[in-house]
Design a binder for this molecule. Structure first.
Ligand code: CO
Length: 139
């Protein structure tokens, strides 16, 4: 079985969801399909459909969230790349066994209710990396 089924989505940190969604619709023709607050992460997520992938726009809901710190230190921009995998927990075990630094020790629920887990950018060339359970694509 292939370990990575494909790119699921990319995440972009922005200051304002509404104005950015309008911009991406006007310039790129990407349309919003939903939004959701992830309270634990202190983030509001807006999904833009992009073929069989998704662009996630992320904005902080608390000043102490990781996304707030990202925005403060680096400004708006690309935040993470998410790969679709058959089994998030098994992939975490494999990565841990290879010495990768994990942000999440176990899968948790992310945007759209998908099981997700993050790998620290230190272990993947400076890119915060998300694993998403392959559940047949996005709505
Ligand atoms: Co994501």
């Amino acid at each position: 079985m292939e370990r990575i089924a494909g790119i699921d989505h990319i995440g972009i940190v922005v200051r304002d969801l509404d104005s950015t969604a309008k911009l991406y619709s006007a310039l790129l023709g990407l349309e919003e399909f939903g939004r959701e607050e992830l309270a634990q992460q202190g983030v509001m997520v807006l999904g833009l459909r992009c073929g069989s992938q998704v662009v996630e726009l992320l904005t902080p809901t608390r000043s102490d969230s990781g996304v707030a710190r990202f925005l403060d230190s680096r400004g708006e921009g690309l935040h993470h790349v998410a790969y679709r995998v058959p089994d998030v927990a098994a992939e975490l075990d494999r990565l841990r066994a290879q010495g990768a630094e994990l942000v999440d020790d176990a899968p948790r629920r992310g945007f759209g209710g998908h099981l997700v887990a993050f790998v620290h950018p230190r272990s993947l060339s400076g890119v915060l990396t998300e694993l998403v359970a392959d559940s047949g694509g996005h709505p």
